[in-house]
Design a protein around this ligand. Structure first.
Ligand SMILES: NC(=O)c1ccc[n+]([C@@H]2O[C@H](COP(=O)([O-])OP(=O)(O)OC[C@H]3O[C@@H](n4cnc5c(N)ncnc54)[C@H](OP(=O)(O)O)[C@@H]3O)[C@@H](O)[C@H]2O)c1
Length: 254
């Protein structure tokens, strides 16, 4: 395991639950100084206390640039700057497009896509002075690769993050900042558990490795992109899905 995250200052948006909490834990165990950002400060603080290793919770809402800027200023003041941004906050309410309201569309786009822009924009002033600035986005296989009924808005945001990344990485390269994205498959989180046991069982059956992913599976991929060793990798994606996107049909699963 890389040692290069030791004492790096890391900010994880949406780090109070699910994948973000897994990312925060993996980074904290690698010696990084981690700040978790989420709207519910009580949950951010509880997650930070559970992870330990100096992890700290700060309130912030990625739909507001001013809120993200204030949260990142607090994180930078605490840990002496920001070296790594994990832009992970996201929501995935389901609505079939024939029933979807304009407001439902906006809520998902404002959080997942505009929220990614806000987080990256607010982090850049700090990452520029890092000398090893890293941005890791949490995208998804849903949107860039696959589709799922009820998630047309969600899929659009997850594909949109990758379009955003491909120009952002070019613009930020002159500062030595890299921008990459992890594309999780179906990962066991509080949010996914809420979709029901039947959903989890069907999903596990459709995955060649026959299990849903863990939040640590995603954390380790994020850790690679954030490492010193990944310094020549930018604008790239890694799919972490147990092989889920590969079978052509149910027969292919043997
Ligand atoms: N779970 C999966 O299988 C899966 C698969 C592919 C991709 N992903 C992606 O992984 C990311 C995390 O998903 P998850 O399953 O871990 O979700 P989750 O368990 O529901 O956690 C979502 C996190 O985001 C925070 N959040 C939501 N809206 C926010 C906002 N406006 N500002 C700041 N923080 C906000 C939540 O805290 P607050 O509510 O307190 O703000 C929470 O910490 C998302 O980007 C999602 O698209 C998940």
């Amino acid at each position: 395991m890389t040692q290069s995250l030791k004492d790096r200052s890391v900010v994880v948006t949406g780090g109070s639950k699910g994948i973000g909490k897994g990312i925060a834990r993996v980074f904290a165990l690698s010696g990084a100084k981690v700040v978790i950002i989420a709207r519910h400060i009580d949950q951010a603080e509880a997650a930070a206390a559970e992870i330990g290793h100096g992890t700290f919770g700060v309130a912030g809402d990625v739909t507001s640039l001013a809120s993200v800027e204030a949260a990142f200023a607090a994180a930078a003041a605490r840990n002496g700057g920001i070296d790594v941004l994990c832009a992970n906050a996201g929501i995935f309410p389901q609505a079939r497009l024939e029933d979807m309201s304009s407001e439902q569309w906006d809520e998902v786009v404002d959080t997942n896509l505009k929220g990614t822009f806000h987080a990256v924009k607010a982090a850049v002033p700090y990452l520029k002075t890092s000398g090893q600035g890293r941005i890791v986005l949490t995208s998804s296989i849903t949107g860039p690769i696959t589709g799922f009924p009820g998630w047309s808005h969600y899929g659009a945001t997850k594909a949109g993050q990758l379009g955003f990344m491909r120009t952002a990485c070019i613009e930020l390269a002159k500062y030595g900042i890299t921008v990459n994205a992890v594309m999780p498959g179906n990962i066991i989180t509080e949010g996914l558990v809420g979709l029901g046991e039947a959903y989890q069982k069907t999903m596990a059956a459709s995955i060649p490795l026959k299990r849903l992913g863990t939040v640590e599976d995603i954390g380790h991929a994020a850790l690679y992109f954030a490492s010193k060793e990944a310094g020549y990798v930018t604008g790239q994606t890694i799919i972490v899905d147990g092989g889920q996107i590969l079978p052509e049909s149910l027969e292919a699963l043997g």
